[in-house]
Ligand binder design. Sequence first.
Ligand code: NAP
Length: 265
Amino acid sequence: MDIYGILAHPAHQSLSPAIHNAAFQKLGIDAEYRYFDVPGDDLSSFMIEMRDNQIKGLSVSTPHKEVIGHYLDKLDPACKEIGAVNCVYFRDGKYHGENTDWIGIKEPIEAVESIEGKRVVILGAGGAARAAIYAMKQGKAGSITILNRTVDHAHDLAKEFQCKFGSLEDFGEADIVIQATSAGLNDPKGVRLIPKEKLNINMVIFEMIYSPKETQIIKDAKEIEARTITGEQMLLHQGYAAFELWTQQKAPRKVMEQAIAEGFE
Ligand code: NAP
């Protein structure tokens, strides 16, 4: 049996095991996707374990995304540009690092709106914002503006990726808004980063957070009937791409979507 898993700390809140085990079962693949709850200090010993046990693939999350690349045999160009690995797969005797987070952002947006030429505003300047910038560059966005609570962080990112930057108070014109901060994560009360009056019906609002399922910006956007994409879409689409790298088979998207929906019940 082939072993896969989510490498994170904490790991047990992840919905990835439900999604990938449902997909393995659907395709009759003899594999199991497990939780690997590994604190940052234990990463090097886990990487030895990964090779000894011939683990076939990993989803990688906090706090390992920026570090795990040092332990792998080959890195995809997207990992190098984004500076993070969120997927490990084994091929031809080598462990490869990939980044599928950007696919998880680009695909769901392009399902509702072309990115090419559009004005994109990204809220946040952490690791997820880096994947969002890469995704928007791949989609040939017309302009990318990074707005962040700590303006210095937005400035540094804007300099690296040649974008515009500012504070959250600078929010103005946009066609696509990507919420990439952790504000409101696991907080049912919610955090309003952008006043509702500044959103409009023509915008596409993409949220990365999937707990709670509807964040403040999603609630506000729905009220004004703007198009919304909620956080589980990013999780699903990066997961489809990871599954296809691991198995070299087409991901059974419907089954994976159903598994995540059941995870929210
Ligand atoms: P990170 O590197 O820690 O960055 C956090 C960002 O959030 C920073 O820009 C920080 O601003 C900002 N922030 C935190 N608290 C804030 C607050 N109260 N008000 C305003 N801004 C605040 O985190 P990350 O890895 O980029 O992840 C960001 C979010 O994306 C997380 O919620 C994560 O769960 C989500 N995510 C989802 C998926 C998915 O598959 N759906 C995948 C990856 C990430 P400062 O610079 O001012 O500190």
